[in-house]
Write a protein of this length. Sequence first.
Length: 412
Amino acid sequence: MSTESRDGVRAQKEGTGGERPYPFTPVQALDLHTLYQQARKNEPLCPVRMPYGDPGLLVTRYEDVRTVFTDPRFRRSVPEGTDQPRVTPELMPMGLMEMDPPDHTRIRRLIAGSFTAQRAERMRPSTERLADSLLDAMVAAGPPADLVRDFAVPFPIGVICDLLGVPYQDRHRFHQWVTEVNQLAGGDSAPARLQSLGELLAYMGGLIQARRADPADDLISELVVAHDQDDRLSEDELVFLCMLLLIAGYETTANEIANFAYVLFTHPDQLALLKARPELLPDAVEELLRFTPLTVCAAYPRYATTDVELGGGTVPAGSPVLTSTNAANRDPGIFDGPDLLDLTRSTGRQHLAFGHGPHHCVGASLARMELQVALGALLARLPDLRLAGSPDSVDWKTGLLFRGPEKLSVAW
């Protein structure tokens, strides 16, 4: 579990209404704060207060998180007159992520066919070629290399650009915008975040207009048709959906590639096992998804539409509920030795890293394929790949929703 000290745990004072301040801090590297373990054991409906908005209830047990994901009594839309708990001063519109059926179902159906497991497998050969080309360049330049800059970021960007029809040469522009949009509260981040969101939306709007004038064989063109000919999307829905697909299509995968590499470097026995038994790769990816906490905190609450019995208590109607998949994936009631990385774990695929229920990540199959290709290529092409420094020397991103190394210096 986390290496946070007991003093660090005691430092989490209760809020003005008896809630714990949230996110739990400090967060170091990929540690999971011990307060999650305490909440899961002793306070399954843990009152928390985020930096902005109303207090909420944090759910940490596996079965409770699954229930909130699937029970129709929990809704994503924010009730009128309430202030959503959040980590930013302003509410960030997230389109599909904050919708409920039937609108959510309508829009999800438009893109589901582009993210099937069969479609992902058809993309595997081209994805493998992209990985090889990036590693060719990395090897040619010689060690040390920055695995984040040279591989983890450009690899999933190339995949999602090809699928959506976003020009790859614009990757540095939209990567900067996405980084700003994912900033948490603090300092003067709000103006930059809103400006970046506006520029990203304008950029996607420009691509949509270009596809109207000159359609192509890509997902943006398909969605333009869904709007213009079939009237299944409003203009705002079209722009927000394209933006969300771009962000979700590479940002999380880029962080996970670097995170997974770091986890394997710091678990040399498991790295050696995977090298000796490459057939374990699919299960290894599932176990790494379970084990690695990607987000800094739970976000995007669901609201109880009526009183709901959960976790041995009652969620009052109208209450926002925050679900920690990081904590749920370490639930000892589901996973034996949950704080141990075990690439042979038979229950690894039960993880909730991609969510569950109606909002299960639509791109899960694509992400799985990309992660398998990325790790497989790194192990096959660079079997002696290792950290160029000590694990303690790795600089981690701060102030962002997603965790990951700022830079991961590697040698071979």
